[in-house]
Write a protein that binds this ligand. Structure first.
Ligand code: THR
Ligand code: THR
Lengths: 159, 159
């Protein structure tokens, strides 16, 4: 498989937010991101897997500096829904492999995941498209992960 | 906020696969996608939220035609791990908004999610980056969702 990855990035100033066991019905996701957008809180990755028993969890990352404000917004939503909880983790880094046409990217994903695994780095969250594979990992492994993923794709780290 | 969305796509020939309650330790994600890549099974979106009690769930989409082979591969992995289960859903469509620099894309995500919600379409899975917001929805709402998301971003549907 040709080399499809053109770069690797590291983001260390985001925090993870999870809305756990919230209603899995139309309108919920819209409410969350509308409320955040209204306060100009930028969101990087959003992941949501399939729900169960009409409940679901939405996880996303926002800048550390917006955590306090996000907490207030989300507590209000949770109160209105009458269900669910919010959890936060500031101790994360997002390492991403960027490429073009990674449509057959199960191989690219496998290589990236394997390189992190071999270093004993646990992958906490995953979000992908054909253009980008993002992994959330522990913040203190960020620099190391950036080097590792650069190496596995034969890229020269310039920064 | 300027118009950041340049196009909307619909994919109706993928199926969702979820690996539920699998071990949340380094190497697991690598094993899954290595096994799929070895059989040339293309993966579109991969989502994984944060784990709990050392267990996690990884969901992803693959072409319908690869379901049978994927099942065999995954059953073998589950057997080796001695824990977890696989679930499948052929009844999905993936609608995606593609854009550039959607860094402040909580607003773009909110608009997309709201447009689907107003039509009563439940969002089953979400995977995003600054360049793409993908939503997994029921297959029979696919065509309608494509039109809806085109409209909310003021795009002309050409196909
Ligand atoms: C959980 C949330 O995504 C919900 N399913 C919605 O459509 O808004
Ligand atoms: C669940 C899976 O992603 C695991 N955390 C890994 O690192 O492989």
């Amino acid at each position: 498989e040709k080399l499809l990855v053109s770069g690797v990035t590291l983001k260390s100033d985001d925090a993870r937010v999870s809305l756990n066991d919230i209603p899995d019905r139309p309108g919920i996701a819209a409410e969350v991101f509308h409320a955040l957008a209204a306060q100009n809180i930028n969101v990087d990755i959003i992941v949501q897997s399939t729900g169960k028993d009409n409940k679901n969890t939405i996880s996303f990352t926002i800048p550390h500096k917006d955590l306090k404000q996000a907490r207030e917004i989300l507590e209000l939503l949770l109160k209105n829904w009458g269900t669910g909880s919010a959890s936060f983790d500031e101790n994360i880094a997002i390492v991403s492999a960027v490429g073009v046409g990674m449509k057959s990217h199960s191989g690219v994903a496998a290589s990236m995941f394997k390189s992190l695994a071999d270093a004993g780095i646990n992958i906490e969250m995953i979000s992908t498209s054909e253009i980008k594979i993002s992994c959330v990992i522990a913040k203190d492994r960020g620099r190391e992960a950036l080097q590792i993923v650069h190496d596995v794709f034969g890229l020269t780290q310039t920064a």
